[in-house]
Ligand binder design. Structure first.
Ligand code: GLN
Length: 303
């Protein structure tokens, strides 16, 4: 498969979408990002890398972090985690409170409510949560320079009215063991991590390599657990656009409001794409289009 040629053809075809959508501005620090950037990086299990555009520019990974936090928590708690978070698609926005009010436990670990519970589990079990979490992300991506962006985290916390409301509901229902403020601070820090497309595609390679057990630093998962994380990415990775992403792209993946998306083609490759302009569901316009064309051109998807 000539992935490099395919990436170049895709780039030509998505140019008309370059000015559609807008950057996330509910986190003031993210509104400052130049919206007209694009990068895509494929890393194969065999060890080949194909790149196009701004693949070495770090950006705010935001909700993509939820895959790393789920992996970490799942490795500690195993199936006990599912007593506190579900694994059903929500069909609602990533920051919605509606279901939480009537169901008490978040639908899945990729909506904000679920990720806030996962952050709470890590706060309870890790000796040095901030350091341990960052160390895991650095280890899995093989880049020791990856870091939190504390300005972005503080900016989100300052305006984090909805997430604060979610955390209060969770606390009321007995689903947060730590102090609300501590959990939110840690959750926003996790979201503020900056990585490039090259870093991300490498970090997700173990999920593409789903038939192998996962051992990175302190995080150990069986092949079966890796496969199940992929299943949750497939059904819940794009919130109320998960069905559309499945239909158009046909790969498990996870998006973030920084404009990044990482998808995996199990058994073959991991692909990270980044472009900050978002559609109304909070997912990258050019990112989704590029991945749709990638799986169409290569005829490679899980379906
Ligand atoms: N930090 C963001 C939030 O909690 C993450 C949302 C996202 O990337 N979809 O709102």
């Amino acid at each position: 498969m000539n992935y490099q040629q395919i990436l170049e053809d895709i780039y030509d075809e998505i140019k008309p979408y370059a000015h559609q959508g807008k950057v996330a501005d509910y986190i003031p620090a993210l509104a400052k990002v130049n919206p007209d950037q694009f990068g895509i990086c494929i890393t194969t299990i065999k060890g080949d890398t194909y790149t196009l555009g701004q693949v070495d520019t770090p950006f705010s990974i935001q909700s993509i972090t939820k895959v790393f936090s789920l992996a970490y928590s799942f490795s500690i708690l195993g199936d006990m985690l599912w007593q506190r978070v579900g694994k059903e698609p929500s069909g609602t926005a990533f920051n919605s409170l509606i279901q939480l009010e009537v169901e008490n436990i978040p639908r899945n670990p990729f909506i904000n409510a679920g990720a806030i519970v996962v952050a709470d589990t890590l706060l309870s079990h890790l000796k040095s949560p901030e350091e341990d979490y960052l160390e895991f992300v650095r280890t899995i991506s093989g880049n020791p320079r990856i870091d939190y962006n504390r300005e972005v985290a503080a900016s989100e916390k300052e305006k984090g009215y909805l997430n604060t409301a979610i955390a209060n509901l969770l606390k009321y229902h007995g689903n947060l063991n730590n102090d609300i403020d501590d959990v939110l601070r840690f959750y926003f820090l996790q979201c503020s991590i900056e990585m490039s497309c090259r870093d991300l595609s490498k970090a997700f390679l173990p999920f593409a390599n789903h038939k192998c057990a996962f051992h990175f630093g302190n995080v150990h998962l069986t092949a079966s657990q890796v496969k199940r994380i992929n299943a949750i990415m497939q059904t819940c990775g794009f919130y109320d656009e998960a069905g559309e992403f499945s239909y158009l792209v046909g790969l498990p993946g996870k998006s973030g409001v920084g404009g990044g998306i990482n998808a995996v083609y199990p058994g073959r490759y991991s692909v990270a794409v980044w472009s900050p302009r978002l559609n109304s569901k909070g997912n990258s316009v050019m990112g989704i289009k590029a991945l749709e064309l990638l799986t169409t051109r290569t005829r490679e998807s899980i379906f």
